[in-house]
Write a protein that binds this ligand. Structure first.
Ligand code: ZN
Length: 151
């Protein structure tokens, strides 16, 4: 990876970790879940309002964690807003591949292109849990489960 690109990615991550988008509590909400990553200590809550036809109309998250976990939750919240439950699951699968595999075809997807800033965690397996925590919590919330712990 070119150094200036790496720097740009780090800037995006820092920006989202310092100024997370959609940060807060959604009360009342239709779905919520708590996610915990014991390896790093990241703890996040995801709150959703899901429409009757399974569209994520609103999403907020709060919690505490490392820069990667907060930046990833912030980016996720922006990307899944307005998506259906099924689309969000597909995005999670793709994002998981993005942070664990070398697969350049993933970047043909506009949403993955925005998430590529996190692809660098591939080199740090422990960090993959940080990056995917909010997505696991989203999945749990969408499936009506309250808690998720990454293992
Ligand atoms: Zn972390």
């Amino acid at each position: 990876m070119m150094d200036d690109l790496k720097e740009l990615y780090q800037e995006v991550i820092l920006d989202h970790s310092k100024h997370p988008r959609n940060f807060g509590k959604l009360d009342p909400c239709s779905n919520e879940a708590h996610g915990y990553n014991p390896l790093c200590g990241d703890t996040l809550n995801v709150f959703l309002n899901l429409s009757s036809d399974d569209v994520i109309e609103e999403i907020l998250f709060d919690g505490k964690g490392c820069a990667i976990s907060i930046a990833s939750a912030s980016l996720m919240s922006e990307i899944v807003k307005g998506k259906t439950k099924v689309q969000a699951s597909t995005l999670f699968d793709k994002f998981h591949d993005l942070v664990t595999k070398e697969d350049s075809t993933l970047l043909e997807d506009d949403d993955m292109e925005r998430l590529v800033v996190l692809a660098g965690v591939k080199q740090f397996p422990m960090r993959v849990k940080c990056a995917t925590l909010s997505w696991h919590a989203l999945q749990s919330a969408l499936n009506g489960n309250k808690d998720t712990t990454t293992e």
